[in-house]
Design a protein around this ligand. Structure first.
Ligand code: GLN
Length: 253
């Protein structure tokens, strides 16, 4: 039976807007697809066995939480970057997405050093970027839609050559200016989308499971699942995102 080991970094610190739901979605769908799994929660000082870890998950966090884990994260930098180059999957949301890059400068002007695994940097802007967001994601051909909720002060900029996760259709994305959202480097995916994201975008959950299995040369044999409930959640989040935008536009008129 295929098996994946999921390491969950800092669940006590990095868990905003239901991000733990991403772990639940990964486990539930792994189960439905007949994949055995183990989830190992790791707090600062705990061990990540990179020889076993197939998928590393990190949720979002407030500035204070990011500061609390940043030093611990730094101690894992070389192991993590070696594993990433070998093909390990990382899925990082918001605060931890920022920490994958070079640095995050908070609104107080404090600079939190990042892992420098993904070629990006983040600087807090004068207003928070908040709301439901819809992006067109080219991990699939034809592209698929991802929908989630964002709330961040940080404005993230991807350096040349780094691919975004998607193109913003509704919302702010990485920085509110260039229509990019998230980043993809090898099997690392960073995104600003909370929600939680995976339950209402099941194709991304399966994408991550597939990458984690391939890393250890295991085949993903997807079961035929009835995703109608997930699809309904996805569609209603899109409607919500669209109606907020509509209201904003009509209140300006
Ligand atoms: N503290 C970061 C910011 O405000 C990340 C917030 C989050 O994870 N939602 O940009």
């Amino acid at each position: 039976m295929a098996k994946i080991n999921i390491y969950h970094l800092y669940p006590a610190h990095l868990n905003l807007y239901g991000d733990r739901g991403n772990i639940l979605a990964l486990c539930r769908r792994a189960d439905w697809h007949g994949i055995d799994f183990e989830v190992v929660p790791v707090e600062p000082g705990g061990e990540v066995d990179f020889a076993r870890c197939d998928l590393l998950y990190m949720g979002g966090g407030q500035d204070s939480d990011q500061k609390m884990v940043a030093d611990d994260l730094k101690t894992r930098q070389s192991d993590m970057s070696r594993a990433v180059e070998a093909g390990m999957t990382i899925f990082a949301v918001c605060g931890s997405y920022q920490l994958l890059g070079q640095y995050y400068t908070t609104s107080n002007g404090e600079k939190i050093g990042g892992l420098e695994i993904v070629d990006l940097y983040t600087e807090a802007g004068p207003k928070r970027l908040i709301g439901n967001a819809v992006i067109k994601c080219s991990l699939w051909n034809p592209p698929r839609t991802l929908v989630g909720f964002e709330n961040h002060a940080g404005k993230t900029y991807l350096r040349t050559g780094l691919k975004p996760l998607g193109e913003v259709q509704i919302g702010h994305g990485n920085n509110g200016n260039d229509k990019t959202e998230g980043a993809v480097y090898k099997n690392v995916i960073g995104t600003y989308l909370h929600g939680s994201l995976l339950p209402k975008n099941p194709w991304l959950t399966d994408y991550l499971l597939n990458k984690a299995l391939c890393y250890r040369n295991q085949a993903f044999q997807p079961a035929q699942l009835d995703d109608s409930l997930e699809q309904q959640a996805h569609d209603s989040a899109i409607r919500l995102a669209g109606s907020r935008r509509h209201k904003r536009l009509s209140s300006r008129a």
